[in-house]
Design a protein around this ligand. Structure first.
Ligand code: 5GP
Length: 200
């Protein structure tokens, strides 16, 4: 049973590359503004349409090093063997302290770090695995996105194979067969009420 008076908590959404984590979190942002989406720092270059400070904080490798060294990252990882991605710690802590439900959309290595950090701190966190309807569907989505070259696609599919095998580490699995449905299930397991207007 979900309740609007449930305490705010940290939810981690992970899953294989191209499963649609970004689409589901964008849908959360649009339809459930009461959930705060963490903005990750990354050393990768922006894709067309991506806005600094909205989709990511696009930082130099030197700035990323500085943030890590200063203890500013809740977690960070090298994803697909190439770029670094990390969750700035302070905004997450501030939102949780203010009673706002927080969603992190991160990779599996990051999810493991958050599990260790929250266990060590005695904090409650919910770990959600977003799964594709099938591996073939995952390949179709990755090729269809068309934003990566052949070498990068191969690299990401290798990562995806490993990540799919890690589903049992998570509290909940949500199958991304339909974006709105998956989003609704996600916010339901987060304990967030359906008070926002449903758009599009
Ligand atoms: P993309 O380059 O396609 O935006 O993201 C690549 C991968 O990086 C995705 O699997 C995404 O979940 C992951 N990612 C994004 N932000 C973070 C973060 O802050 N930490 C970690 N560990 N992974 C992240």
């Amino acid at each position: 049973m979900s309740s609007s008076t449930a305490p705010a908590r940290l939810t981690v959404l992970a899953g294989p590359t191209a499963v649609g984590k970004g689409t589901v979190s964008a849908d959360v942002r649009t339809r459930y503004p009461q959930v705060w989406l963490s903005v990750s720092a990354t050393t990768r270059a922006p894709r067309p349409g991506e806005v600094d400070g909205v989709h990511y904080l696009f930082v130099t490798p030197e700035e990323f090093d500085r943030m890590v060294d200063a203890g500013e990252m809740l977690e960070w990882a090298v994803v697909h063997g190439r770029n670094r991605y990390g969750t700035p710690r302070r905004p997450v802590e501030e939102k949780l302290a203010a009673g706002v439900p927080v969603l992190l959309e991160i990779d599996l290595q990051g999810a493991r770090q958050v599990r260790e950090a929250t266990q060590a701190a005695g904090l409650e966190a919910l770990f959600v695995f977003l799964a594709p309807p099938s591996f073939d569907e995952l390949v179709r989505r990755l090729v269809g996105r068309g934003t990566e070259d052949e070498e990068e696609r191969t690299r990401r599919l290798e990562t995806a194979r490993v990540e799919l095998a890690c589903e049992n580490e998570f509290d909940v699995t949500i199958v991304n067969d339909d974006v709105h449905r998956a989003t609704d299930e996600l916010v339901s397991v987060m304990g967030v009420g359906r008070s926002a207007p449903v758009a599009g």
